[in-house]
Ligand binder design. Structure first.
Ligand code: AP5
Length: 213
């Protein structure tokens, strides 16, 4: 099963991707997570990406396409994967088609989440992430039992650098200009499925499961 999750920043792609990973035993491939890890490890890729990410801009197509090509060729992707945050431009989507074609593969479903922009801003400004295991919380809608401490592993929580309100606005603008056109791209390919990204995480997950199976 090969799935793409589309949607603006804060639409819930990461949340749903983690649940799909558990349910179907396929890896979640988040370009954002891969780039943040590279930045944390202070690699050349990470240093280049960090400046753009912190400013709410997209990392160059060639860079992320290279990252994805390498990742989907790995053994754990043999039975499928969930792409979370890739593709984000038409060029990336076209290169993905070519890459999968070379491997005799294709995408089974593209799920697009629709969420009102004020809801997105509230979700992102309140998001907190575990610095160790990556578990995700929200200050009001999904608070940890102890403030700033991960329920799962006990490590401290942090706020992403790009989750400041001004940067969020830039990310939403970039999404409209660069990523929203992908809906038409996948509609033409015949595999676009659209769902409301509001409601409980579990309700949304149930809708997503019925769309991808
Ligand atoms: P990336 O990490 O991909 O960020 P994003 O797409 O902006 O998406 P987010 O992670 O912010 O949101 P999400 O939709 O995953 O929502 P989440 O589940 O976390 O990219 C970051 C940067 O990396 C980019 O700006 C760019 O610079 C670079 N980059 C990455 N990929 C790239 C690419 N392909 N090309 C070029 N550059 C790239 O949920 C958000 C919050 O809402 C959480 O607190 C969560 O708990 C809460 N929440 C989720 N669902 C619900 C619900 N149903 N109800 C209430 N709260 C909810």
């Amino acid at each position: 099963m090969r799935i793409i999750l589309l949607g603006p920043p804060g639409a819930g792609k990461g949340t749903q991707a983690k649940m799909l990973k558990e349910r179907f035993g396929i890896p979640q491939i988040s370009t954002g997570d891969i780039l943040r890890k590279a930045a944390q490890d202070n690699t050349k890729l990470g240093r280049q990406a960090k400046t753009l990410m912190d400013a709410g801009k997209l990392v160059q197509d060639d860079t992320v396409i290279g990252v994805i090509r390498e990742r989907i060729a790995q053994e754990d992707c043999r039975n499928g994967f969930v792409l979370d945050g890739f593709p984000r431009t038409i060029v990336q989507a076209e290169k993905l088609v070519d890459t999968l074609k070379d491997m005799d593969l294709s995408i089974d479903a593209v799920v697009d989440f629709v969420v009102d922009s004020q809801v997105l801003i509230n979700r992102l400004t309140g998001r907190r992430t575990c610095s160790d295991c990556g578990a995700m919380y929200h200050e009001t809608s999904r608070p940890p039992r102890i403030r700033n401490v991960c329920d799962v592993c006990g490590a401290s929580l942090y706020q992403r650098e790009d989750d400041k309100e001004e940067t969020i606005k830039k990310r939403l603008e970039v999404y409209q200009n660069e990523t929203a056109p992908l809906k038409e791209f996948y509609r033409k390919q015949g595999n676009l499925k659209t769902t409301q990204g509001c409601g409980s995480v579990e309700e949304i997950f149930s809708r997503v499961c019925s769309m991808v199976t």
